[in-house]
Ligand binder design. Structure first.
Ligand SMILES: [Zn+2]
Ligand SMILES: [Zn+2]
Length: 301
């Protein structure tokens, strides 16, 4: 979006107005996205979720309650079903999975097949010009208004990030830890210097150092002195961040209007993303996909 050399304070308005932290309060929890993913195509009971996801019973109960309070889930005869806001998380879930699978093809998870018959290769495009969204095509527009959020319950207390050194860093892991996700989001705003990150996040130095190390080890950031640049793989997270912002704008802001504050250079319109199939370019929603069940060698991780 902006070069790291640009004055970081110029983006403060964007960062503070960003909806990303609010979105992370809803889905930025270990297991939250996994629960949504498990319910994408069919309603499930508490027991089914417990067996499929291998989550401790109390954690599952707490996450379900929270997601219900956040209006992503609702009770159904079978147990739980996705509410409209939960179903609208499809772009985030499919983009996160595609990012993981691009590095580790055998990544476990729920496979989706598009109605064209191909495995879903999700592509986030600009609604106005239908071009795929790349960070190099984005300009910061006028800062969005400070988010006026609807009446939402308090976020859950976060558990400590559980990173396993040496293992590939997954998109779910990035989104599941608020600080890690915020460091990535800020890097897209051009906030890439250690001191600037620390100031923007008001974060303890040891926590920031820990997250930066994990993001460097995971190949998302490249360290150059005191500056942390997004790698090619890190840059590929941009559509996911845009999808997060769009979801938050639609479902968390009181006004419910899209205001990512980003402009798409190719068409000069304010950026409004939509999800398309990378194979047939067709529209992707829950009606146009079907599942093949859980894939992957190990269900318990
Ligand atoms: Zn466009
Ligand atoms: Zn397709």
């Amino acid at each position: 979006m902006t070069k790291p050399s640009s004055a970081p304070l110029a983006v403060t308005a964007h960062v503070t107005a960003s909806i990303v932290p609010a979105v992370l309060d809803v889905i930025g929890q270990r297991w939250s996205l996994a629960i949504i993913q498990a319910l994408l195509l069919e309603d499930k009971s508490f027991g089914q979720l417990l067996r499929e996801l291998h989550i401790p019973r109390s954690t599952l109960a707490a996450r379900l309650k929270h997601l219900q309070a956040m209006r992503c889930l609702e009770p159904s005869p079978a147990g739980y079903s996705l509410a409209e806001a939960g179903r609208a998380l499809l772009p985030i879930i499919s983009l996160a999975r595609a990012w993981d699978v691009s590095l580790v093809p055998e990544t476990q998870g729920y496979e989706l097949i598009h109605c064209c018959g191909e495995r879903l290769l999700p592509l986030l495009v600009c609604r106005h010009c239908a071009q795929p969204i790349h960070v190099r095509d984005i300009q910061l527009g006028a800062p969005a208004e400070l988010p006026r959020l609807g009446d939402l319950p308090k976020p859950l207390r976060r558990s400590r990030a559980e990173f396993s050194a040496g293992e590939p860093l997954s998109a779910t892991e990035i989104l599941g830890d608020r600080w890690t996700a915020m460091v990535v989001a800020l890097a897209f705003y051009g906030v890439q210097r250690y001191g600037d990150l620390k100031r923007h996040l008001s974060i303890a130095p040891n926590i920031l150092a820990d997250r930066l190390l994990r993001l460097c080890e995971g190949g998302v950031l490249l360290r150059e002195g005191h500056c942390y640049r997004l790698s090619e793989r890190g840059l590929q997270l941009f559509p996911l961040i845009v999808a997060l912002m769009a979801w938050g704008d639609r479902w968390l802001r009181e006004t419910g209007q899209t205001q990512t504050g980003l402009r798409h250079r190719p068409c000069a319109q304010l950026l409004e993303p939509e999800l398309r199939c990378g194979c047939c370019a067709g529209w992707v929603d829950l009606q146009s996909v079907q599942g093949t069940g859980f894939s992957g060698p190990n269900k318990s991780a």
